[in-house]
Design a protein around this ligand. Structure first.
Ligand SMILES: Nc1ncnc2c1ncn2[C@@H]1O[C@H](COP(=O)(O)OP(=O)(O)OP(=O)(O)O)[C@@H](O)[C@H]1O
Ligand SMILES: O=C(O)C1=C[C@@H](O)[C@@H](O)[C@H](O)C1
Ligand SMILES: [Mg+2]
Length: 160
């Protein structure tokens, strides 16, 4: 969460000359409300069901760079579907995470105690991110442009 999936995803797409899409944006557009509102109104399980559908739709329709929501990999079917794709896990340490996300209420799962909640989430998820990833790219101390270049290098892709 807040590692730069949207920022870096858009930059990578620009460099490759392909389309960029973000499943969080798809969900907001389709639902006509913010992600935080879906969490508050209906709870996380309903959000995850909406997210699963959005990710599967985007993977079927879209050809280019796709940024996923941070929790999309919690779903087993989604992880199986991702196995056929060049998945990049962007990583960062907790201090960088707190700096990038702050106390931003738009990220409901970090709204109360960001440092502790981020650590707990990562302890529960790290193995899943690693499992689906073809490449792991550390983002700490790197600008978004440097991260985008590291992604292209890790996937052995050339700029268009
Ligand atoms: N490499 C970087 N260095 C410093 N700041 C960054 C970097 N990448 C992104 N940021 C900043 O961190 C914040 C989060 O970035 P972004 O929204 O792209 O993350 P995200 O992974 O898409 O988050 P979410 O999980 O909420 O979708 C933004 O303010 C962005 O400008
Ligand atoms: O990591 C997560 O669980 C989330 C990440 C965001 O991209 C959003 O999908 C939402 O805030 C949940
Ligand atoms: Mg994002």
């Amino acid at each position: 969460m807040g590692v730069g999936k949207s920022t870096v995803g858009a930059l990578v797409a620009e460099r490759l000359g392909c389309a960029y899409r973000d499943t969080d944006d798809d969900i907001v557009a389709e639902q006509g409300r913010a992600i935080a509102d879906i969490f508050v109104d209906e709870g996380e399980p309903v959000f995850r069901a909406i997210e699963k559908q959005a990710v599967h739709k985007a993977l079927a329709e879209h050809d280019g760079v796709l940024a996923l929501g941070g929790g999309a990999i919690l779903d087993e079917d989604t992880r199986a579907l991702l196995a056929g794709h060049r998945v990049v896990y962007l990583s960062m340490d907790v201090e960088e995470a707190v700096q990038r996300t702050g106390l931003n209420a738009a990220r409901p799962l970090l709204a109360v105690n960001p440092r502790r909640q981020w650590r707990e989430l990562m302890d529960a998820r790290r193995h899943l991110y690693t499992e689906v990833a073809r490449a792991v790219v550390a983002t700490d101390g790197r600008t978004p442009e440097e991260v985008a270049q590291a992604v292209l290098d890790a996937l052995e892709l050339k700029e268009a």
